[in-house]
Design a protein around this ligand. Structure first.
Ligand SMILES: CC(C)(COP(=O)(O)OP(=O)(O)OC[C@H]1O[C@@H](n2cnc3c(N)ncnc32)[C@H](O)[C@@H]1OP(=O)(O)O)[C@@H](O)C(=O)NCCC(=O)NCCS
Length: 132
């Protein structure tokens, strides 16, 4: 069945919490994703298959020309079929259409082939401080 992608697509917190818990292998949480992304993000992309939420990516924003990819997640049931790559392509399109000039991401070593080779990010220096 075809997977469809929608920039700023509608979703419910429960379905995204379920997908997030599956993708990052943590316990089910009760986060207010809708409040977070509608209040703070440039946008997000939802992937659906037969109505089911099978993928999501959040595009955070500085209010100017920088957007940031966070929480790229794909259901295991449709893993390694290009859904993650298509989600990031949707993030690129959405950020471009909004006038952004740069899209940033950071990730663990094992995802270098995903972000560099499949999604087309260029390696750069980045930094991170754990605040908790
Ligand atoms: C990372 C993730 C979003 C990838 O989604 P996906 O739909 O499976 O990715 P794609 O099918 O578009 O992958 C395209 C290519 O990227 C690379 N790739 C994807 N996932 C990979 C992984 N886990 N390890 C190494 N390479 C990977 C492969 O080269 C893949 O091509 P191939 O399947 O022909 O080998 C998904 O595995 C996921 O949800 N992981 C758990 C959550 C997570 O860590 N998210 C990233 C937060 S920064």
């Amino acid at each position: 069945v075809e997977v469809t992608y929608e920039w700023r697509g509608a979703f419910e917190n429960a379905e995204l919490n379920e997908l997030h818990a599956e993708a990052f292998e943590h316990r089910m949480l009760d986060d207010d994703w809708l409040g977070q992304v509608t209040g703070h993000s440039l946008g997000w992309v939802c992937a659906r298959q037969a109505g089911l939420l099978v993928g999501f990516v959040n595009v955070a924003w500085d209010g100017g020309v920088h957007a940031f990819v966070l929480d790229t997640i794909v259901a295991k049931s449709v893993g390694r079929r290009g859904v993650g790559t298509a989600l990031v392509a949707g993030a690129v399109d959405g950020a471009k259409a909004a006038g952004c000039e740069w899209l940033h991401v950071d990730f663990d070593d094992h995802l270098r082939p995903f972000y560099f080779d499949a999604c087309g990010f260029t390696p750069t220096n980045a930094g991170l401080i754990a605040l908790v």
